[in-house]
Every structure is written in C-alpha cells, then in structure tokens.
Design a protein around this ligand. Structure first.
Ligand code: GUN
Length: 282
C-alpha cells in the first residue's frame, strides 16, 4: 500500500478524550451538554447512525435522548416535537435524522430548529454563515473530513481540490471549507462532463456520491489526499464511494470505510453539541 491511512477511529478517540474533559469541566459549572435525536420511521441505516450517536454521548459524558416517532407522523407532530426541544433547557443540540419519510417536508422541519441548537449545521442561517465566512455551526461530515485532511500536514493553500457531489449536507459545505483553506475548488456532480479529467487534477479529492467503488484508481492523481464520504451496502458489507483496494496504491493518503469519515462525523456532532452547551454560559 502506497497511501497512508487516515484512521477515523484513532483521530476520533483522541478528539473524544478532549471533548470528555471539556464536558466534565462544563458539568462542574452545572451544565451537562444534552443532545436530542429525532428518528421518524424505521430506516435501517438511520437506526445504526442513531445508535452510534448515543454511544458517542455516553463515551463523552453527555446527556442524550432519542425520540422515536412512527412512520406515519405528521408534519405538525414533528414540528411540535422540535419546538418542545427548542424550549427544553436540558437540550443543547437537536438533530432530526435524515432521510425523513417521503410525506414529510425536510426543509420546513429543519427550519423550525432554533439555529443555536442546530448541531447538524443544516439550518439556512448556519449554512449562510458558512458561505459568508462568519462563525456558525458547521455541518458535521464536511467538518470531520476537513479535520482529517488537515491531519495530513499538507499545506492546502493553492492546491486543487475536487469535491464529487453537490448536496447541501456534504458537497456544498465541503467546497466552501476547502475554499477557506485557499484551495482552488471544483464541484463535480452527476451532469459533469468528463469527470475523470477533473478528479485526475485533484490534490485533494472528496467523494460524496453514494455509489459503491465509483472512484477508481485511474481517476486519482498519484499522491493525492482521498477522502471517502460514501457509505454503501454491497452484499451485506459496507463500502465507500472509492475503490479502496486499488486507489490506496495510487493515493498519498486515504480514508477507510468503515472507520473513516463516518466516525469523525459523529465526533464533530459531539463537538458541536459541546460548543452549543458552552455558548449557554457565555
Ligand atoms: N443522515 C445521514 N447522515 C446524517 C447527518 O449527518 N445528520 C442527519 N441529521 N441525518 C443524517
């Protein structure tokens, strides 16, 4: 293997130990950071995410509640639940697990969360702050991915960064974060002509496509930092968007799936929740 592994578990363990210390310090001042996760319906992948979030809270000494609502929950019921959490002083972070069942309006639900408790960074106010270079809550997956990129020690200024995927949750905020690092950023997507021509130029390549092993070795510049955001299930196995076994022979650094960005995403959620709780004392 040519590439160095960017191990999300090792990085997360270190960060979670720091978060746990800060949680303990906050508790000594009478504030226990609290995270509420709302899960509507029975999506199997969401069940796993939600369980891992609970484990993360326990590890770091935070209070966590999971509110399970049935598949047939109405928009009004969901929004009432969010408002109740907005007004609950024991809760500093509110996360509505996505995807929601099809009959529910995601954007409308996310807009109900008060921006201070929006630990996912999905509220338009937080997304807008990011775009304007203002302090706000940054979405957990791109924030975690950037942390991993930084830990390579590579000076990012002037580097070519290519983000494959343009979602509000990953692709767009990732591109903005890389722009803030002074990368030259390209966002590619399903309509991009000659995708490989773009990815082959990338010093930093972030794959957030949702297609198993979509990024192949011939699409990667030798020595590149390759960040795999994908979580795909193939024959009962979890694989990323990057063809890991072959790309690792070309890349300079690579994140594994599982044990890469996914783990860091939850660590960033814990950090955002801690910071939301800290702000209540400021
Ligand atoms: N579903 C998959 N990833 C995420 C995430 O980071 N936040 C929320 N709310 N839902 C998700």
């Amino acid at each position: 293997m040519a590439a160095q592994l960017l191990d999300g578990k090792v990085m997360s363990d270190a960060l979670r130990a720091e978060i746990a210390e800060k949680v303990a310090a906050l508790k000594a001042k009478g504030v226990t950071p609290g995270l509420a996760v709302i899960l509507v319906g029975e999506d199997p992948a969401s069940q796993i995410y939600v369980r891992n979030k609970g484990i993360g809270c326990e590890q770091t000494g935070m209070h966590s509640v999971t509110i399970r609502m049935p598949e047939e929950t109405t928009q009004q019921e969901l929004e009432e639940q969010i408002r109740a959490l907005n007004n609950d002083p024991a809760i500093h972070g509110i996360l509505v697990q996505l995807p929601l069942p099809k009959h529910l309006d995601e954007a409308a639900a996310l807009a109900v969360i008060v921006p201070e408790k929006d630990v996912d960074g999905f509220h338009v106010q937080n997304a807008g702050k990011l775009l304007n270079g203002l302090n706000g809550v940054v979405a957990c997956t791109p924030k975690g991915a950037l942390e991993m990129i930084r830990r390579t020690g590579v000076n990012l200024s002037g580097k070519e960064a290519v983000v494959v995927g343009r979602s509000n949750i990953v692709g767009k905020p990732m591109a903005v974060l890389l722009l803030q690092e002074n990368c030259t950023v390209t966002i590619c997507h399903s309509r991009t002509a000659d995708l490989a021509a773009h990815t082959r130029r990338a010093d930093v390549l972030v794959a957030a496509v949702g297609k198993a092993k979509f990024i192949t070795a011939d699409m990667v510049k030798p020595g590149a930092i390759v960040i795999d955001v994908g979580i795909n299930r193939v024959d009962g196995k979890v694989v990323g968007d990057v063809d890991f076994d072959n790309v690792k022979e070309v890349a300079g650094w690579i994140t594994p799936v599982p044990g890469g960005v996914g783990r860091m995403t939850i660590t960033m959620l814990l950090q955002n929740t801690l910071e939301a709780a800290e702000r209540t004392l400021a």
